[in-house]
Design a protein around this ligand. Structure first.
Ligand SMILES: [Zn+2]
Length: 291
């Protein structure tokens, strides 16, 4: 069964890769009265609550340097920082829950790109201040001439099953009884499938195998891309192996389905996360094959 589409996916605008390298075309878009701008902070966006909801698109005022997100039915959409006190600013998580799919994708794109510019003003190669290029899709160093592209950090997140049991862990500070699937950053020189096996071993002592890619989700807090996998294990007793988790264990299908209905003790991650998408997809598949 195909999982539900995670929020923050499905942006539909044309990212205008070619046009953004043409300064005259970008200048024309900046002068075009139909061009609009969406506003964002490090983890929030400005929305329009009436007649939607959707991201608020305001007419383009003075914007320098421009960060072009792309074209929406031929109309240019730019992104700009807004202050934390802006009216109708909501957290990116809340935006993902209330906005239509494509708008949630656009919100994630705007926040991810602005976050990268905020955190990468200086050249990683020589330390000089860099300048925005390609209408916001890269930065160029005037000193050593290096070009820097937006960073996306891959994270694997995985449903690990032993028959009809699921491996779940919890971090300290989470709401009471909340457990989720394990996750971790992909290391340099490592495939996502290898990262699945390593992270499961490091966090639980369990040996996972047969990692299969399921789906993905941009997670711009500040710059991750969550790569969702399913893997199998031959059982064994999970134990906390490092400081990342405070508890880890196997949970039965009955416990997990009860938690989906918010019954029983176990609490699952909220629907905003790909963790929940993966858990729901696994339950649907296992329940279907058991029926
Ligand atoms: Zn440089």
């Amino acid at each position: 069964m195909t999982p539900d589409r995670p929020i923050f996916t499905g942006a539909t605008l044309d990212r205008a890769s070619k046009l953004r390298t043409d300064p005259a075309a970008v200048a024309a878009l900046l002068a075009d009265p139909t061009s609009v701008v969406v506003g964002a902070t490090a983890d929030g966006v400005v929305i329009e609550r009436s007649g939607g909801p959707m991201l608020r698109r305001t007419p383009l005022d003075a914007i320098e340097p421009p960060i072009l997100l792309g074209l929406e039915n031929g109309r240019a959409v730019f992104a700009a920082d807004v202050s934390e006190s802006t009216d109708d600013l909501v957290s990116l998580r809340e935006a993902g829950e209330v906005l239509p799919q494509a708008e949630g994708g656009l919100a994630a794109y705007a926040v991810a790109l602005l976050n990268w510019h905020r955190r990468h003003r200086f050249c990683a190669n020589c330390g000089a201040e860099t300048a925005i290029a390609e209408a916001g899709l890269s930065r160029k160093c005037p000193n050593c001439r290096a070009t820097h592209f937006p960073r996306t950090d891959p994270v694997v997140i995985m449903v690990v099953a032993h028959g009809t049991r699921l491996l779940l862990g919890r971090r300290s500070g989470w709401p009471a009884n909340r457990y989720s699937v394990l996750a971790g950053f992909v290391s340099p020189g490592e495939t996502p499938e290898e990262a699945v096996v390593r992270e499961v071993r490091e966090e639980s002592g369990i040996e996972a195998y047969g990692a299969r890619y399921i789906t993905s989700q941009p997670w711009p807090f500040p710059a991750s891309l969550m790569l969702g996998f399913e893997a199998s294990a031959n059982g064994g007793e999970p134990e906390v192996c490092d400081d990342e988790l405070e508890a880890v264990g196997w949970f039965t299908l009955d416990q997990v389905t009860a938690a989906q209905r918010e019954e029983g003790e176990l609490r699952l991650p909220p629907s905003v996360s790909i963790a929940r998408t993966l858990i729901n997809g696994w339950v649907a598949r296992i329940s279907g094959s058991n029926a």
